[in-house]
Design a protein around this ligand. Structure first.
Ligand SMILES: [Zn+2]
Length: 240
């Protein structure tokens, strides 16, 4: 069976990849995905390509077991199970970004949660979740390269919007591509600010209500940031 990739999601997903690279959230590795709009057991993700180089023809449909459903000859990402198992576990999640953005790593390796230091990161709520791969898989290469490890990660994520992965990186989830890109960018920004502020003294984080209110407010402003991020990419050819 070959499942057609929904045309209206291809360009936004290519742009999401390019924006995340342009904003320094991903490098040669990392990925963004979006759930299929009418097939809830399917998601769209690039084949094994650096995010900054993802093109329209790279976008592929996968099922929750990580199988390619589209007519795609290129190999898939090893870590597609991150996306698959989160979509399986969280019907509310419509988009996922996985990255190794550097400022988040100190929190992941010290088991400190990212917490919202300002209104832009209200989506962090009462803090990020934490994933310890050793508890699930013993000693590994740290990658989420199986359904089993993906399911363990999804359980650690729970109802949170962000899970830090010890010795590896982080994964954020959202209800749209624009929202999840925003969250990936501001998880990294928040990490930098939180690291800097804690050297100065005790941090007053947003409380749960402030976090929710500012998160709701920011969700209404997403197209404003998105249009700026797209403009920054300049004249680009999404086929090359
Ligand atoms: Zn990774």
């Amino acid at each position: 069976m070959s499942l057609a990739v929904p045309a209206d999601l291809v360009d936004p997903l290519v742009l999401a990849n390019r924006i995340l690279y342009d904003q320094g959230v991903v490098d040669g590795l990392g990925h963004a995905s979006v759930r299929h709009p009418t097939e809830p057991g399917v998601f769209l993700l690039s084949c094994n390509r650096a995010p900054g180089l993802v093109r329209r023809q790279d976008i592929t449909c996968y099922d929750f077991d990580g199988n390619t459903l589209s007519d795609q000859k290129e190999r898939p990402y090893l870590e597609r199970f991150i996306h698959a198992e989160i979509y399986r576990e969280r019907p509310d999640v419509m988009a996922v970004v996985h990255s190794h953005s550097p400022s988040v790593i100190p929190f992941a390796i010290t088991h400190n949660a990212l917490k919202p230091v300002f209104h832009m990161s209200g989506f962090l709520g009462e803090g990020s979740a934490h994933f310890e791969i050793r508890e699930a898989g013993g000693n590994t290469d740290m990658l989420i390269s199986s359904s089993y490890l993906g399911a363990a990660l999804a359980r650690s994520l729970g109802r949170h919007s962000c899970v830090l992965m010890r010795g590896h990186g982080s994964t954020v989830v959202g209800t749209s591509l624009q929202q999840v890109v925003y969250r990936a960018i501001y998880a990294e920004v928040n990490a930098k600010l939180q690291l800097g502020a804690q050297a100065l003294g005790e941090i007053t984080f947003l409380n749960a209500e402030e976090a929710q209110l500012s998160s709701d407010m920011n969700d209404g402003q997403l197209p404003r940031s998105w249009s700026l991020w797209v403009r920054r990419l300049g004249e680009i050819d999404l086929d090359r």
